[in-house]
Design a protein around this ligand. Structure first.
Ligand SMILES: CC(=O)N[C@H]1[C@@H](OP(=O)(O)OP(=O)(O)OC[C@H]2O[C@@H](n3ccc(=O)[nH]c3=O)[C@H](O)[C@@H]2O)O[C@H](CO)[C@@H](O)[C@@H]1O[C@H](C)C(=O)N[C@@H](C)C(=O)N[C@H](CCC(=O)O)C(=O)O
Length: 487
């Protein structure tokens, strides 16, 4: 990349030393710096990239971009001082990788719950329609079927641009992003040219990071404001009319709004919803007419997720009839109201619900086919947002019997976590058992024929983090083990 061209993008800067004509690589992690790289010093919460500038120079960086003057060897590298290195990196990374998102259909999905399900549904529906699709989210980076690990739901600026390039080079036309509020606040998607941005819902979560619900809602809204985006082609904001943040996001987006709802008339509207224990049926009213929808996804929230996915792909230009047809074949996402198949006379589901709202919806979703009791197990993480704990238990009280446990206790004691949870219970039918394996065994030990059992919180995760060690853990395997002993 020509460094003169690059720095033309940044007006306010001070340059010390001699800029090289070109740089070959762009980096923000000193451990990956190669000769003739440009290294951006990014400030984290606990780690500061500026502390690694000299190390980057020793590894061959020829330009250092920083927010302050640094004591580096100016014979080996030029120093460019800017007011904000993350912003500078966003400009540089988009330029370096030649704006890959502009040549693709890019869909971003945000919201407290449902992001993984909706992005996965969109990805699967695209592939079943014969196109290629790449998906970046909690499960990693799925490049049209090949899965790469990624550290975050929404990856940092450089990883995001590199994923887009990889997808573009593999001639994949569609890129789907699961977008976290952390990612939005930190500008990890700056420069990504979204065609469709989709909102699921907003409820209490991550207040340890955002402080207040207002800040959290504002953070999510950053995906919809998208000011300054290229409006030379059709662009859409697909918004959930049933959520109280609908009006705010609709007011702040320059994109054309497509609404969806389970409760009232909207562009995409679900009526006559029928919940069965192995599938869900409803009538879809859409801009292309009425359709009978059948999905293997269970629960009320999945009706909303299906609407979000269909509306997002309608926005991209797909026909509703064809989407409804393809939807029938799509299995539930692993760990999202996923039925555990067993010959025992019980219905067991694994779900990812770990917010008060998701817990309420998970339990409500099985009530229509309840024959005996609903038994519910949920845990919460240690050293994370403690304010949601009592409300999680309050919502869990909808079940007939509740086991409150841990979900990655990290450095916090079992007792401190479950006692906080216990404070929110509104009935007495519950047990506090910090050790998650014992908690699962206890619940399965009291299960009776006809019961519906939901293991919530872990979803697809197959580990439990205690201190900083990941131990293998599977609610499903423990449950099946107890079943083989008891039924
Ligand atoms: C544990 C944690 O919260 N870390 C946050 C913190 O990082 P940090 O202070 O450790 O700094 P860092 O980003 O590792 O390092 C700063 C810079 O120094 C560089 N560095 C570092 C070490 C070195 O040897 N050389 C070097 O150059 C790094 O490459 C980086 O550029 O400050 C950074 C900047 O503010 C955050 O991006 C980072 O979030 C990490 C990535 C993280 O995992 N955050 C979580 C909370 C998150 O984003 N979660 C959401 C999902 C939430 C959900 O829906 O559940 C997500 O999108 O994944």
């Amino acid at each position: 990349m020509n460094t003169i061209d690059l720095f033309k993008l940044l007006k306010l800067k001070t340059i010390f030393g001699e800029l090289p004509q070109t740089v070959d690589y762009i980096e923000a992690d000193s451990r990956n710096v190669k000769p003739n790289s440009i290294f951006f010093c990014i400030k984290g919460h606990t780690t500061d990239g500026h502390d690694f500038a000299q190390r980057a120079v020793e590894s061959g960086a020829t330009v250092i971009v920083a927010e302050k003057n640094l004591d580096i060897d100016l014979e080996k590298a030029a120093l460019v001082v800017v007011s904000n290195t993350s912003r500078a990196l966003a400009f540089a990374a988009n330029r370096f990788y030649q704006y890959p998102s502009k040549e693709m259909n890019v869909i971003g999905v945000t919201g407290t719950n449902g992001k993984t399900s909706v992005t996965n549904l969109i990805h699967q529906l695209i592939k079943r329609g014969g196109e290629h699709s790449a998906l970046s989210g909690t499960i990693g980076f799925d490049l049209d079927g090949t899965l790469f690990e990624s550290a975050n739901t929404t990856s940092d600026i450089l990883t995001t641009q590199r994923m887009l390039v990889q997808a573009k080079e593999a001639q994949i036309q569609n890129m789907i992003f699961e977008v976290s509020s952390h990612g939005l606040v930190e500008g990890r998607l700056w420069g990504v040219d979204f065609d469709v941005v989709t909102f699921t819902n907003l409820s209490h979560d991550h207040l340890d990071f955002h402080g207040t619900m207002e800040n959290y809602g504002y953070a999510k809204g950053l995906l919809f404001s998208q000011l300054g985006q290229d409006l030379s082609k059709p662009k859409f904001a697909v918004l959930n009319l049933d959520d109280e943040w609908y009006s705010q996001y609709a007011a702040m987006t320059p994109f054309e709004v497509i609404s969806y709802s389970m409760e009232q008339k909207a562009d995409f509207w679900a009526a006559d919803i029928r919940y069965l224990d192995d599938r869900t049926l409803f009538r879809l009213e859409s801009p292309e007419g009425s359709f009978e929808v059948e999905t293997q996804l269970l629960g009320t929230f999945n009706v909303s997720n299906v609407l979000a996915a269909i509306a997002s792909l309608y926005a991209k230009g797909e026909s509703v009839a064809s989407l409804v047809e393809r939807l029938r074949e799509i299995p539930p996402v692993s760990g999202r109201m996923e039925r555990v198949h067993t010959s025992a006379p019980l219905s067991i589901y694994i779900d990812y619900a770990h917010t008060p709202d998701a817990i309420e919806k998970a339990i409500q979703s099985v009530l229509p086919f309840k024959k005996n009791r609903v038994l519910f197990l949920v845990g919460t993480g240690g050293n994370r947002d403690k304010s949601k704990r009592p409300t999680m238990a309050e919502k869990a009280s909808l079940a007939d019997y509740v086991v409150l446990t841990t979900d990655d206790p990290r450095y916090e004691s079992y007792d401190s976590i479950v006692n906080d949870l216990g404070k929110g219970m509104t009935h007495e039918n519950f047990a506090l058992i910090g050790d998650r394996e014992k908690a699962v065994r206890h619940l399965m030990g009291i299960a009776e024929p006809g019961d519906i059992i939901i293991f919530a919180g872990k979803g697809h995760e197959d580990y439990q983090i205690i201190e900083n060690v990941k131990y293998p853990h599977s609610d499903r395997e423990i449950a099946l083990e107890v079943i083989s002993e008891r039924f």
